[in-house]
Design a protein around this ligand. Sequence first.
Ligand SMILES: Nc1ncnc2c1ncn2[C@@H]1O[C@H](COP(=O)(O)OP(=O)(O)O)[C@@H](O)[C@H]1O
Ligand SMILES: [Mg+2]
Length: 352
Amino acid sequence: MPAPGITFPADPLHPRRPDPHFAWEARKLRELGGEPYLLDHDALLAGEAEEAVRLVPRDCGPLWYRGWMIPSADYAALARTLSDRGANLLTSAPAYASAHELPGWYGVFEGATPPSVWIPLAPAAGRPGPEQLAAAVARLGGHGPAIVKDYVKSRKDDWDEACYIPELADPAAVGRVVARFVDLQGDFLAGGVVLRRFEEFARIDGTAVDGTIGGTAIGGTAIGGTAIGGAHGPGGGEPAGGTAAARRSDGNGGGVDGAGANGRAVEARVWWLDGEPVLVGPHPDAPEQSVEPDLTEVRPLVRALGCRFVTTDLASRADGSGWRVVEVGDGQVSGLPRGIDVTGLLSALLTA
Ligand SMILES: Nc1ncnc2c1ncn2[C@@H]1O[C@H](COP(=O)(O)OP(=O)(O)O)[C@@H](O)[C@H]1O
Ligand SMILES: [Mg+2]
């Protein structure tokens, strides 16, 4: 079998070049003897998969996708269209959906990740009703702080308004935060609304969520409330609403302005290929952090999930009692921290 190629999004301004956000990965791939191909991201999201892959050579064999997050339905269309051209994505459409959407991976990771419930919502269905929310809250235990997100993303940069619920037993607060989240996600809401119990993780500024000093310093560097890097590259921020181009996301999330204030956790991102960790680094939101997660508990879960190429974002419990899985992602659409050496990761993908 030939070595897999990798598709990267084309630069919308220079369609024969990789998008500047991914250009360094494509360059590195070429240095390693791999073949980067170009894909038109906007055409793919517009439902024109044929057009999107027109620069991918026919019969090029096994392929990885590397690029912006795409909805699972668009990934499925991409997989079908490529297969018709003699190119096979090494992550199948069902495997992509399993790793990309919380309900797809939650069952396998239950116990190792904060308890979570979800309310499926049809696109443009509006906000969930009070009875639906009350039932979801009851399933989550009925009280305590929580986090809101959809099947794929949170609005962590709108923390107080649209992400953090201080108390589940307060239906007005639950309704307000969920409504704001749903409204801000608009047409881009993925799958439905997820509620997760809030857990205390070690924080970037070394403080607990109530502002007291606590938590284990990971790697020792206290960075305080300073913006770390801020928004980085076109995928750094995630503007609300707008065009497909304005919604590009590589799973990085935004900059971390006010990370101390909103209690953002220190996270390690572990990249797994066929059940083996091929890259362990900081989360791209805080690329300066040094992290050494214990993978003992996570490894068998990743293997049980059975997806070939995934990431797990891990946070250390504030009391130092172990690592928790904050989220799982498809490795093809997970963001890399700036400056990290991707030789090992890309080499592994080339020999997969
Ligand atoms: N259950 C939770 N308990 C505590 N903090 C959480 C929890 N879920 C998310 N967070 C915090 O919110 C951030 C965003 O949540 P995450 O699930 O990673 O969404 P996103 O897909 O937007 O990155 C995380 O990086 C973490 O700091
Ligand atoms: Mg995250």
